[in-house]
Structures are given as structure tokens and as C-alpha cells.
Write a protein of this length. Structure first.
Length: 366
């Protein structure tokens, strides 16, 4: 079994904001260093760094971040791209490495810089000019590879989730984040002098009413803003956890699976169901639940579909009040659970959807 002994994140900042001039490793490195320090470890104890990144230009962002953070040169760094789910999948991979005996200490998480993402272009061999594109393909079939906002609106129509319901969820997310701003300080690493999630605000019904329509019932108010940020946890083996004798969470189980690529927002539901069946947890048994809010409708659909207790979900606000740094978002959910699961015997669930019909979920226990 593996344990999480420290968890830190940067503030989440909308693109072209306070982190606009920072490359991914410049956002990630301070968070990695802070997490190691919080764990009362020295960098030489680290066996591997697993880093999720979706928009970078390759070059192994994990290796670059490992070197920038001052980890030993022998720590190679493993970069993964599972889009939105990657930050949570990094923890699942770290747990597997530790359970197998490959490493005793693994840093896992993710980073994203929307602001500094490279421009992407398709090249042609027939003399045509390169053609820019924004969204990479997530399936081999264009007719089953929807725009994410369009897919979210289709989901809303299918389940009868109104724009008003989505807007209310977004307002609640901001309200909870605003009222718990002081509590959230404990999990933040100061990067570029930024000490708060800068997007959080008093979102009113009037703001929602005036928000720009993106696709049908999906608006700028009820979908998460593109953002920059990083989050990492320190995971260790039973042996190291006993040596350090410090507060920790058990990584109870994790599941990552595929579902219908045309309805990616529902993919966490089978992942949560599989996890509950595997561990014996009932969907109503969790003390804290962190569900990704890429879209309000997606969070609502997952809570309903997995029969979760809404009062336990995103109790201090979610991504609608922060922003969505793709590669880091899943790890942010785990950081949130680490700082909220304090009482012995408590359990927490984190779940996230990703483009292409991917869903990941983990259970952590105090």
C-alpha cells in the first residue's frame, strides 16, 4: 500500500494572467520543492517524478521539472498525457510503482500552462500551407470526436439539466470557494507572488444571465476557464511512512477506464462504480468528494449518475471557481482531499472526466 504524506499546489490562474510569462517547469518546480519540504524529506530520497501535461511541446516536461526542482539527476521523470485525467492518473501510476517495489518515494501530479502552450499546425506534403488547429483529435473518427462544450450541451439536453441548474451549481462553487479562501491557503505554494486562486468571485445570477453563450446551455459562467497551474503529492511506501511517522493518507484504490467518447462527461460514473465495487465503499459513504467541474453539467451528471451525496461534493468550491489547468486538474482534486481528510477513519473520493471518453477515480483514507 502507498501513502500520501504531503500535497501542495500553486494558485490556479486564468491564462494570460499572473503566470503568463512562466514556462510549465517554472510553475511546477516550486510546488515540487515545497511538497518535498512539507514531507520532511530531502530530494535524494525521491525515486521518480510522474508529471501530467496535456499542452506542452514534448521534450519530457517531467525531466525538465525534475531538474528545475533540484531532484537528483538519476530521477529520470515520466511525462504522461491523459488530458484532464492525467493528474489523477499520475497518482495511480505512482501507487503501482510503490506497490511493485520499484520505488519507495514518488512525486506525482501535473502542470499546465495554457498561456505558453505552443501553437499547433498540421503539415502537408502536397505544397499546401500548414493548417493551425486548437483541439487535437481524441478518437480516430471525426463524427465521434465532439467539441467538449458541444458534448456538454448534448449531455445537458439528454439528462434534462437546465441552464438555470448549471448556473446555480457554478454560483455555489464560487460561493464555497470565497467563504473558504483562508482554509485553502494551507495547500498553496506561492508562485510568482500569487497567493490565491485569482478567478474566484461573487458570481451572481445577473452575471450568469449576461455570460457569453458557448454552446446551447453552456456559457462562460458554467464552464471552467482555461488556466495555468500545478499540483503535486509525495507518495511513499509503508516502510517509509512508518519511518517518518507523520500524518498521511492511505491510497486505498484507483481506477482509470474508457467509456463512450461521444459522452466524455459521464466517464467518471463507471470509474466510480468500479471503484466502489472493488473496495466495498457505498457511494454515500464518503466524507469528502472532489468531482472535476470542467462543466457544471458534467459535475451534476456525475453526482446523479453515481448516486453521490451532493452535500459532500466540492465542499470548498471546485474548478468552476478556480479554472482548469488541464494536466494539473486531477492532482488538484487529490491535494484538496489531502487537506480536508483530517479525522482518522474518514474517506474521500476524487473523480475526473477526460476527452476521448476517459474517466479516473481514486479513494483516499485517513
Amino acid at each position: 500500500m502507498s501513502h500520501i504524506i504531503a500535497a501542495k499546489r500553486s494558485a490556479v490562474v486564468p491564462r494570460n494572467g499572473a503566470f503568463a510569462q512562466l514556462l510549465p517547469h517554472q510553475i511546477a518546480a516550486p510546488v515540487i520543492q515545497d511538497a518535498i519540504q512539507e514531507a520532511s524529506l530531502t530530494p535524494d530520497r525521491v525515486g521518480e517524478l510522474i508529471l501530467s501535461n496535456a499542452l506542452g511541446a514534448g521534450g519530457n516536461q517531467a525531466r525538465i521539472a525534475a531538474l528545475a526542482a533540484g531532484l537528483p539527476e538519476r530521477v529520470g521523470g515520466l511525462s504522461i498525457d491523459r488530458q484532464c485525467a492525467g493528474g489523477l492518473d499520475a497518482l495511480i501510476l505512482a501507487d503501482a510503482m510503490i506497490r511493485s517495489g520499484l520505488h519507495d518515494v514518488v512525486i506525482a501530479g501535473g502542470v499546465e500552462s495554457y498561456s505558453r502552450r505552443p501553437l499547433r499546425m498540421h503539415q502537408f506534403s502536397d505544397g499546401r500551407d500548414p493548417e493551425p488547429y486548437d483541439q487535437a483529435p481524441f478518437t480516430p473518427w471525426p463524427d465521434r470526436d465532439p467539441d467538449m462544450a458541444t458534448a456538454a450541451d448534448t449531455l445537458a439536453q439528454k439528462l434534462g439539466i437546465t441552464r438555470d441548474a448549471q448556473d446555480r451549481w457554478a454560483q455555489d462553487s464560487h460561493s464555497k470557494a470565497m467563504s473558504h479562501r483562508a482554509d485553502l491557503q494551507h495547500e498553496l505554494t506561492v508562485v510568482s507572488d500569487t497567493i490565491n486562486d485569482t478567478f474566484t468571485r461573487n458570481l451572481t445570477p445577473r452575471h450568469c444571465e449576461k455570460a457569453k453563450t458557448v454552446a446551447g446551455s453552456i456559457t462562460a459562467a458554467n464552464m471552467a476557464v482555461a488556466a495555468d497551474g500545478a499540483a503535486f503529492v509525495v507518495m511513499v511506501s509503508d516502510r517509509i511512512a512508518k519511518q517518518l511517522a507523520r500524518p498521511s493518507l492511505r491510497f486505498s484504490a484507483g481506477v482509470s477506464l474508457g467509456a463512450d467518447p461521444e459522452q466524455p462527461g459521464l466517464a467518471p460514473v463507471p470509474a466510480i462504480n468500479a471503484l466502489c465495487q472493488q473496495t466495498g465503499h457505498g457511494p454515500q459513504s464518503f466524507d469528502h468528494i472532489e468531482i472535476m467541474e470542467a462543466f457544471a453539467v458534467q459535475a451534476i451528471a456525475c453526482v446523479q449518475g453515481a448516486r453521490l451525496d451532493p452535500s459532500k461534493v466540492n465542499q470548498k468550491g471546485g474548478a468552476l471557481a478556480r479554472g482548469h489547468p488541464i494536466g494539473a486538474s486531477g492532482a488538484i482534486l487529490a491535494v484538496r482531499l489531502f487537506h480536508d481528510l483530517s479525522a482518522s477513519g474518514q474517506s474521500g473520493l476524487a473523480a475526473i472526466a477526460a476527452a476521448g471518453g476517459l474517466g479516473s477515480a481514486v479513494i483516499l483514507e485517513a
